[in-house]
Design a protein around this ligand. Structure first.
Ligand code: NDP
Ligand code: 2IT
Length: 453
């Protein structure tokens, strides 16, 4: 009882302090609360961690860089965007994390992502600290040349703050191979060196095989491991996926390969429901539509008229066995979680970062279905970025098979770490607790060893 009271007091005073010191940053508060609630019992049992204020320090970014990104659009007008890099934690390696270009980007969103990244990167078993960056630049409707000029303007400032041994950015929402290419080109020119400072590069110039596939494939490997704890698999399962970007595309591809029927994909305007399932031919169509023509998911039903397009809705009312939210934060709320459960959903694997609201997570865990938080199940992306860094350092490249095997091993290791710290007495695996504690311990020990800095 005494212990429970101490844990509750620790969580409450921790969150009071976070909210006072970071006013108005709702997403950041949400991400921190989830971690503090998980690791507080561990911290209370290890008073030196409390005394050294380890979690308090992890929740304060080591450095935040904010800068102006002025550029010229196709009409010859000057446009000004905001640029950011949040360098959250470097206890176990150089800052590492993606760059997001989306109109909604603000400091709260990037701080939540950098905070999550710190734990995720620790879970991968690779030596990477946590960071995240981005801009409120909206890539929608921009020409190829506008995107290039923006990336160049963004990197003109960011290049001062990053480096292969300092901070290694990659992609995230709105940033894929194309944008990484333009940023890498600018970095190389300004710094006069060819290094592995960005990951997600093209395969012929330092990129790792399988990096585009890694997040979505990794999420499916993680789900496979979860399903195996119940003697189950993807075969014959109906899967609902949100998003139609990088993560969603490859989650769908791997789920199809593993014998599942993928029935939905979406974007911020609505979702498509294909009751027959998206097969590989339809997947190729979506891949081209999104990556080459940069079209909208609604166009799917023009090509495949038997499918339905539901505007302004998310796919969570569709009956499925497995749900994979792969679009963005807070895209699956408590009501939607209840709908999924009522329809018999038995597994939710997050491909996106923090897609489920706290109410949704609570509903999944109370129903004792398989539920994995993004920081565990989407870690395959950054893990493969770590493998890209290794290949760049060694100046060689592995085969796709080698990288895929390592990715699978890493996802299984993360799954095992979640069981180690998250298995309850009744046998239910709390993947949230498991991932948070496992991710925390390594960073915390490194911070204690390195002193108060
Ligand atoms: P993309 O930009 O490739 O795709 C994003 C997808 O999500 C698009 O379909 C987009 O639709 C949709 N989306 C974005 N914002 C919103 C929103 N506010 N509401 C509804 N839908 C939205 O990004 P990724 O696939 O790379 O990233 C998806 C998620 O996965 C993010 O949470 C990201 O942080 C996370 N992630 C990505 C990794 C990676 O390696 N890329 C690694 C680990 C996590 P629209 O076109 O309408 O904007
Ligand atoms: O959220 C994430 O883990 C990413 N966007 C990938 C980061 C990376 O450095 O590959």
């Amino acid at each position: 009882m005494e212990n429970n009271r101490m844990v509750e007091e620790y969580v409450n005073s921790f969150m009071d302090e976070i909210i006072t010191r970071n006013p108005g940053e709702a997403e950041f508060h949400q991400a921190v609360r989830e971690v503090v609630e998980s690791v507080a019992p561990y911290i209370v049992k290890h008073p030196h961690l409390m005394k050294m204020k380890v979690l308090e320090r992890i929740a304060e970014p080591e450095k935040i860089i904010m800068f102006r990104v002025p550029w010229v659009n196709d009409k010859g007008e000057v446009v000004i965007n905001k640029g950011y890099r949040v360098q959250q934690n470097s206890a176990i390696g150089p800052y590492k994390g993606g760059i997001r270009f989306h109109a909604s980007v603000n400091l709260s969103i990037l701080k939540f992502l950098a905070f999550e990244q710190t734990f995720k990167n620790s879970l991968t078993t690779l030596p990477m600290g946590g960071g995240k960056g981005g801009s409120d630049f909206n890539p929608k409707g921009k020409s190829e040349m506008e995107v290039m000029r923006f990336c160049q303007a963004f990197m003109m400032e960011l290049q001062r703050h990053i480096g292969a041994n300092t901070d290694v950015p990659a992609g995230d929402i709105g940033v894929g191979g194309r944008e990484v290419g333009y940023m890498f080109g600018t970095y190389k020119k300004l710094r006069n060196e060819f290094t592995g400072t960005l990951t997600g590069k093209g395969i012929d110039w330092g990129g790792s095989p399988m990096r585009p596939e890694a997040t979505g494939y990794g999420a499916c490997y993680f789900a496979e491991a979860m399903l195996a704890t119940r003697g189950d698999s993807f075969a014959g399962k109906t899967v609902a996926i949100s998003g139609s970007g990088n993560v969603a595309q490859y989650a769908a591809k791997k789920a199809i390969q593993l014998g599942a029927k993928v029935v939905t994909m979406s974007d911020s305007n609505g979702y498509i429901y294909d009751p027959e399932g998206i097969d590989m031919e339809k997947w190729e169509y979506i891949y081209e539509l999104k990556n080459i023509y940069r079209g909208r998911i609604s166009e799917y039903v023009e090509h495949y008229p038997h499918a339905q397009y539901v505007a302004n809705e998310r796919p969570w009312s569709v009956k499925c066995d497995i749900a994979m939210p792969c679009a963005t934060q807070n895209e699956l709320n408590g009501e939607e979680a209840k709908k999924l459960l009522a329809n018999g959903c038995m597994c939710v694997t997050e491909g996106a970062n923090m897609p489920s609201t706290p109410e949704a997570i609570q509903a999944f865990q109370e129903a004792k279905i398989l539920y994995s938080p993004g920081k565990a199940s989407n870690a395959g992306g950054v893990a493969t970025s770590g493998l890209e860094m290794t290949q760049n350092s060694m100046r060689l490249s592995w085969t796709p098979q080698e990288v895929d095997e390592r990715l699978r091993r890493i996802m299984n290791d993360i799954h095992a770490a979640c069981i180690k710290y998250g298995k309850r007495e009744d046998g239910y695996i709390d993947y949230v607790k498991g991932a948070n504690i496992a991710g925390f311990i390594k960073v915390a020990n490194a911070m204690v060893a390195q002193g108060v800095i």
